[in-house]
Design a protein around this ligand. Structure first.
Ligand SMILES: *Cc1c(COP(=O)(O)O)cnc(C)c1O
Length: 395
């Protein structure tokens, strides 16, 4: 199998076949290299490895064959040159910022970002003189206006969580290019099975592998994908010194999970679409947020930019917080958890959990009402998910 073959492969084939070269043992499933360090044939070889004159393993904080196999596979799926695997999604974002931003520089970010990302920017990067401005993700003029001469990075998630707003990645990439900024996309919700931001001009993709990539709620992990210099040298350099490396065991779980990623994402999407259409027909539901619905304001953009509409949806129930809590508490099968991207369908009330730390005004501005409920559609029979929600909406 040559690299030339790989270039013609689709995303699902890459997820199954790229990376994980067979060892002389002839194993069909790639092994876990559970070793912290590697031995050298001679003092001279050790010196050459340390000096960078000879490629090869030294220590698993730097490189490990199982971690490398996962990274090669994910990079191929995203269409990026290289991937650095990290201990968690947050360490992927931290490593990217530490590697690519200097004191006094500035980030423009969507105000809809994952809460811990906002916390990292505001509470930690700010202490080192890196500041962040927030804009509405879909307002391209707001992105342009927020850019200053110090801006180095635009940071976005699309679809957004929990309202599934879609950002035009090609348009945002153009704004980044025109202003000499890097566009970083957190592709956690779609995964490369449904969306490959680098094809639209993004410079860097970051992942929480903890969510749909694992897809079964087992391991924490993350990844940074991009070109050989930006990611392969700079982000890798931070990881090598900073130590937020992925463990070989977790890499093995994710490597195997990538083999089923595309079929799982298609199944999550099919379930979410059925749920969204059913919810839209319920009198107790005021509004449904799902890019696969014709009523979604960026339905056509999502259809153009994504290969599927994804597993996440939200809806407003009539009656505010009490009605939302009643619905959540009436379910017997769904998991009440803020986590997402699992085989098991999860349900959560954003206003009092994931978004409880922002003020009521900020929540209102972001469109996160008291009646809003978010679901991450799992892989159960969708009839059983509907049957679990039905009594709470009828009440
Ligand atoms: C969960 C999540 C993260 C953080 O990932 P961890 O693996 O929990 O560190 C980052 N971005 C998004 C969009 C997430 O949902």
């Amino acid at each position: 199998m040559s690299n030339n073959d790989q270039n013609h492969w689709g995303t699902a084939t890459r997820g199954v076949r790229v990376g994980a070269e067979r060892t002389p043992e002839g194993e069909h499933s790639f092994p876990i290299y559970a070793t912290s360090s590697f031995v050298f044939e001679s003092a001279a070889q050790a010196a050459a490895r340390f000096g960078g004159d000879e490629p090869g393993n030294i220590y698993s904080r730097f490189t490990n064959p199982t971690v490398r196999a996962f990274g090669e596979r994910l990079a191929a799926m995203e269409g990026g040159e290289t991937c650095v695997a990290t201990a968690s999604g947050m360490s992927a974002i931290l490593s990217t910022c530490l590697a690519l931003l200097n004191q006094g520089e500035h980030i423009v970010a969507a105000h809809t970002l994952f809460g811990s990302t906002i916390g990292l920017f505001n509470n930690h990067l700010a202490r080192f003189g890196v500041t962040t401005s927030y804009v509405s993700p879909t307002d391209l003029d707001a992105w342009r206006e927020a850019i200053t001469p110090a801006t180095r990075m635009l940071f976005v998630e699309t679809p957004s969580n929990p309202l599934t707003e879609i950002v035009d990645l090609a348009a945002l990439a153009e704004i980044a290019r025109d202003n000499g900024c890097l566009l970083v996309v957190d592709n956690c919700f779609c995964t490369p099975a449904l969306q490959r931001p680098i094809e639209f001009g993004a410079d860097i993709v970051v992942h929480s592998a903890t969510k749909f990539i694992d897809g079964q709620g087992r391991c924490l992990g993350g990844a940074v994908i991009g070109d050989a210099e930006t990611v392969g040298e700079k982000v890798f350099g931070i990881l090598r010194s900073g130590g937020a490396s992925m463990s070989p065991f977790n890499a093995w779980v994710f490597l195997k999970a990538l083999e089923t990623l595309e079929v799982r994402m298609r199944a999550h999407t099919a379930a979410a679409q059925t749920l969204a259409e059913w919810l839209e027909a319920q009198p107790a539901v005021e509004r449904v947020y799902y890019p696969g619905l014709a009523s979604h304001p960026q339905h056509e953009l999502a259809a153009r930019q994504q290969d599927g509409f994804g597993g996440l949806l939200s809806f407003d129930v009539r009656g505010g917080r009490d009605a939302a809590w009643r619905l959540i508490d009436s379910t017997r099968m769904l998991s009440i958890t803020a986590n997402l991207g699992d085989t098991r369908t999860t349900i959560v009330h954003p206003a009092t959990t994931t978004h409880s730390r922002i003020s009521a005004e900020e929540r209102a501005r972001a469109g996160i009402g008291d009646g809003l409920v978010r679901i991450s559609a799992g892989l159960e029979n969708v009839e059983d998910i509907i049957a679990d929600l039905e009594p709470g909406l009828a009440a």
